[in-house]
Design a protein around this ligand. Structure first.
Ligand code: ATP
Ligand code: MG
Length: 350
């Protein structure tokens, strides 16, 4: 019997409530699909930072490296300034483990009404592929003389040929398994160096996939089209920052940020990949048992798919849909069920 070693990091806030639910679903699905999972929990995150002055143990990466995958909640506490080396946990793992793909499906679940009104399940079904290792988030910049009248600040984004080519190839290959359409969301009309280069390299890769439809769309138009014409999109290929913004919008059109799952993928499996919901630690609702655990549980399905357990992954997604179809929903989507109720129902529906 196949056995997987999973590192579990709850992080902060609602991470402590939703990650354990995802683990329960993981154990339940493993028992039904003939594999086993041994998980080891690590206390890393903003809470850890308050106690130890860093977001993870000094040998944290060394330890995490030995696992088959990482199941992660979210990092962040109001008491920790988020312009500090905040998020360091996520950024560190994503870059150190070459998780250059951030795979974020946007799909309306059964029985859930989108805030887009007339739009239905057949209209809302696409994937945001966010470049995850470079771009606007390389944190290369500085603040100079911040208190002086001549103060200034810079952040330089970085796009490498290698970095753009690999995310482009991933997106076109993914499109081949879907509706064969890639939309590059960009802003090269104003970012005339970085994003013009991004467009050029993606355009070159696109020529190697003549069977896949390729389009370019500016981010301003894309935000409007997410709301007005979500059915237009299949694979949305975009940069680190634009993808961050667009995937929250994606979560919103699915009905709640709490539904959005993601995989930080290292497609070559040279290091473990990491799976987390798209939302943050939601300190405003933490500790009340009302958080929506579906984004976290759906992330387990993406993890199993990545590990090659496709049937188990499909079983989880089906069980989630049966649960939402039955109206078993948390408060963020107008329901009155608790975090635990949702997980229990999903396990029953497996
Ligand atoms: P980050 O910077 O880490 O992305 P954030 O500041 O964007 O975090 P979130 O933690 O994502 O903020 O929360 C945004 C809003 O969405 C909050 O009002 C929060 O309560 C709500 N929210 C986020 N996740 C969930 C969830 N799983 N269930 C219910 N509500 C949620
Ligand atoms: Mg956010």
């Amino acid at each position: 019997m196949k056995k997987y070693q999973i590192a579990v990091v709850n992080g902060d806030g609602i991470g402590h409530e939703i990650v354990p639910m995802a683990e329960q679903v993981l154990q339940a699905v493993a028992a039904k699909h003939d594999f086993s999972v041994e998980s080891t929990t690590f206390p890393f995150g903003a809470g850890y930072y308050l106690e130890h002055g860093d977001f993870m143990a000094p040998d944290g990466l060394e330890i995490l490296k030995g696992f088959d995958a990482i199941l992660f909640g979210a990092v962040g506490l109001p008491a920790v300034d988020d312009t500090l080396p905040f998020k360091l946990f996520t950024n560190k793992v994503r870059t150190a483990f070459k998780q250059y793909v951030n795979y974020r499906p946007v799909k309306l679940l059964d029985g859930v009404k989108s805030p887009l009104g007339t739009k239905t399940q057949k209209d809302i079904d696409f994937v945001v592929v966010r470049e995850n290792n470079e771009g606007e988030f390389v944190q290369n910049g500085r603040q100079m003389y911040p208190d002086e009248p001549f103060g200034f600040a810079t952040d330089t984004s970085l796009f490498t040929r290698v970095g753009v080519e690999r995310i482009a190839h991933y997106s076109f290959k993914l499109a081949r398994k879907r509706r064969k359409k890639v939309t590059n969301v960009t802003k090269s009309n104003t970012m005339i160096n970085t994003l013009a280069y991004w467009d050029r390299v993606i355009g070159e890769v696109a020529e190697q996939y003549p069977d896949v439809e390729y389009h370019k769309m500016y981010i301003d138009a894309a935000t409007a089209n997410f709301v007005l014409h979500p059915e237009y999109f299949d694979v949305v290929l975009t940069t680190n920052m634009l993808g961050d913004i667009l995937s929250d919008l994606g979560g919103a059109i699915m009905g709640s940020l709490g539904f959005g799952p993601s995989g930080n993928l290292n497609p070559e499996n040279t290091f473990p990949s990491m799976f987390e919901p798209i939302h943050g630690s939601a300190p405003d609702i933490a500790g009340r048992g009302v958080a929506n655990p579906i984004g976290q549980i759906w992330s387990v399905a993406i993890m199993l798919d990545h590990l090659g357990e496709e049937q188990a992954a499909t079983a989880i997604v089906k069980a989630i849909n049966r649960t939402t179809a039955a109206g078993i929903l948390t408060k963020d989507v107008g329901g009155s069920y608790s975090t635990q109720d949702i997980a229990r129902a999903i396990i029953e529906n497996l």
